[in-house]
Design a protein around this ligand. Structure first.
Ligand code: SF4
Length: 412
């Protein structure tokens, strides 16, 4: 099989992994002989965010889509009737270097189906990173998927070469993982996350206390995971509680949510329809609230409902359920309180706090402070503005926020 066909198969097979989220890009190619570089479909190039917040392009591929495991939700499972391919280590190294030199990519995201054993697969994945770093002095970004059952020495070596390591938790509930991925064990996954956390802490401590030579690095961009949404019956409340537990226990950089997408010849245990894509989006917004806005998982989701509303964002939904806390005096409220106002982002709150040191905030200041006015106004008091009590009590307040069209973006 030629390299282009392998790339087509193994880039397509990797697209279900959201822990390096793909996004649309302008289609360019140079097949007409003019220019250099291509973003043609199937090239396996995705976009991800570097630790410093920069958007970077990554070559996102599997080493092989042949897999011994039979996870029901996965198109690459052993019983799936798909074309299989496998790169050699040298082929992945060559592709990465070629793409890097041509400025198609700034790094590599490498995962793999399980071949022979966890250790054998992990050794293959690590070999790619080792060759890139040690033989070719590759300085680009490397994200490696970690196999939970792999030997500790291999995981330690992976961390030496990779910027980021990830292990997919896959399902929000241990019982769902046992049902859908019988060869996987959530306790082993969590154990490995714990091992990674220890190694990350050791590396951070060694870095802080180093006086001479730089200590060995270990995945400086930390660890992340992915959860599939909508394959089992787990509610948003359960999903967010699992995420909160993962952030707390292992200090993960990110939990990625991937809406289940139905696959050919799927098991009857799986739903026929994918969940609405907006559900994934609301979970990302809720996740953002936990990480940057001081919300606890259990207060984001209405306990009785168990699910995030799809038509309004979770922060607005929370404010509508807690109208007794509003309106809030923008000139007096604490940072924690301000972060809960719909239409106030973290930077807006920082701007408000620094503006308050020099004077009073008035209605005319809202634009300069980047407040989303139509969301915030029913919930705030300014020195020259107060919403009418009827507005906040109005049963029509929720209806006022229902979107006219599909709502996107992280505008809280
Ligand atoms: S281990 Fe499971 S999820 Fe991973 S490639 Fe194999 S079948 Fe798919």
């Amino acid at each position: 099989m030629d390299l282009a066909r392998k790339l087509e198969i193994l880039a397509d097979a990797a697209k279900y992994d959201a822990s390096c989220a793909s996004s649309g890009t302008e289609m360019r190619d140079s097949s007409d002989g003019k220019g250099l570089g291509s973003t043609a479909p199937g090239m396996g190039i995705c976009h991800s965010y570097a630790p410093d917040g920069r958007c970077i392009s990554l070559l996102k591929i599997l080493l092989t889509n042949a897999c011994n495991y039979d996870c029901l939700y996965c198109v690459n499972r052993a019983s799936s009737n798909v074309a299989r391919a496998r790169f050699t280590i040298d082929e992945v190294v060559k592709l990465t270097l070629d793409f890097y030199r041509r400025n198609y990519i700034e790094g590599l995201f490498l995962s793999s189906g399980i071949i022979r054993s966890a250790d054998y697969t992990m050794e293959q994945v690590v070999s790619v990173a080792r060759k890139l770093r040690e033989e070719h002095h590759f300085r680009g970004y490397i994200h490696l998927k970690t196999i939970p059952e792999a030997d500790d020495a291999l995981i330690a070596e992976a961390g030496r070469y990779a910027d980021r390591l990830s292990i997919n938790i896959e399902m929000p509930l241990e019982t769902s993982l046992a049902k859908f991925a019988p060869e996987k064990d959530q306790r082993a996954i969590r154990r490995t996350m714990g091992r990674l956390r220890l190694k990350l802490d050791e590396a951070e401590d060694a870095d802080k206390t180093a006086t001479g030579a730089k200590p060995p690095r270990f995945a400086p961009a930390g660890q992340s995971t992915q959860m599939i949404v909508g394959a089992d019956g787990a509610s948003d409340g359960t999903i967010l509680a699992t995420s909160a537990n993962l952030y707390g226990a292992y200090r993960l950089k990110r939990v990625y949510y991937s809406a289940f997408s139905p696959i050919p010849d799927a098991s009857r245990a799986l739903p026929l329809q994918p969940p609405p894509l907006v559900r994934e989006h609301r979970l990302y917004q809720a996740d953002w609230l936990m990480r940057f806005y001081g919300f606890a998982a259990q207060e984001i989701v209405d306990e009785a409902e168990g699910m995030l509303p799809l038509d309004i964002d979770p922060k607005l939904a929370w404010a509508l359920r807690h109208r007794e806390r509003f309106p809030l005096d923008v000139n007096r409220a604490s940072r924690e309180e301000l972060l809960r106002v719909p239409g106030f982002g973290t930077r807006t709150v920082d701007r408000i706090l620094s503006t308050r040191r020099f004077g009073t905030i008035r209605f005319a200041d809202l634009s300069r402070l980047h407040v989303i006015r139509n969301k915030a106004l029913p919930f705030i008091v300014l020195s020259d503005y107060r919403p009418s009590p009827a507005l906040l009590d109005s049963t029509g307040l929720a209806a006022r926020f229902k979107p006219k069209a599909r709502q996107l973006g992280f505008g809280f």
